[in-house]
Design a protein around this ligand. Sequence first.
Ligand SMILES: *Cc1c(COP(=O)(O)O)cnc(C)c1O
Length: 401
Amino acid sequence: MKRIYFDHNATTPVQAEVFEAMLPFLRDEWGNPSSIHWAGRAPRKAVEEARDKVCRFLNCSAAELIFTSSGSESDNLAIKGTAFAKKSKGNHIITTKVEHPAVLNTCKYLEREGFEVTYLGVDADGMLSLDELRAAIRPQTILITIMYVNNETGVIFPVDEIGKIAEVHAVTFHTDAVQAAGKLPLDVKLLRCDLLSISGHKLYAPKGVGALYVKKGARLIPLIHGGHHERNRRGGTENVSGIAGLGRACEIAARDMDKETERLGRLKHRLERGLMDRIPHVKLNGHSEKRIANTANLSFEFVEGESLLLNLDMIGIAASSGSACTSGSLEPSHVLVSMGLTPEISHGSVRFSLGRANTEEEVDYLIEKMPPIVERMRGMSPLWNEAEKKGALIDFEKKSC
Ligand SMILES: *Cc1c(COP(=O)(O)O)cnc(C)c1O
């Protein structure tokens, strides 16, 4: 059976060049990078060389980067670390309703610890209002945490504008850039952020490694207390092979980004047009321009998203409904609901996220195989049959894509 992977926002395969960069530290160079003897030298060198590579990718200095175990840990460290460090200055945090659970649930935890959190909404395109952000800032506001790219819809937030607003009000600004890494330029100076999270496995590096940029002078209370690792900001012997992989992945991402973005943009356009032209009553979710090149989120009226995914899986196509973290639950996507979709339409939504290995042939296979599946599923839906009889089917506005 064919195996087609359209779920790159959930995770990406480890690239061959990344694997090569990791291998020495899984086999021969097993020393502890903190050791001063011969066994520690090569691992230490690898960690610091990888740090330089990630720093070049983000345009920051080596002292401004902390390696972590994941994007989730980077988000937790940025948010809790700042909140606890700035507690005497205020207790108010601003975020959005459409963040990744690593941010949302960290904020919920802080609410139980006495912090106040404002969750900004989004419009029907999934876009944020900067005026609402400005209006939400209070004298007690200590942190703004807003993602760069949404993992479900691919919508891009104007992070540089948010950074300017945070700067004017002297509020610390963190951005979860996990889905932006490798897809958009990530210059922390241009983005004007104090903290920025990335994750290895969304960037063709392995799972279990991430990084957090911390602007010089920004104070953080560590989450993991231990030895003097990462300049006392994160205890724990370094994940040397993972870090070496992340360094290499950043180099490759920077090298290939322009070319890959263009290619994926064309593929995504083909996919969206192909499905929307062949399947009636489909809604394209997310802003028509402010959206990254690899993500297509579509709602199929009167179709149950999870069943659709199982049907696609049976013909070898891997896609996702909303985020991987919320699948398996019957809750509709918090992102799509925040955009004003009804729970029913949200349930009929599928995310296709493209990546390096995807080809036109794969997209064409999807475009050929999916319309009959949707038709069959709708044929079995009493609601669809009834609505069709009554002529009550809504025609979604045909958005350009
Ligand atoms: C995947 C993801 C994370 C979490 O990263 P992990 O390394 O899986 O913990 C955080 N934020 C966004 C936007 C993501 O897509």
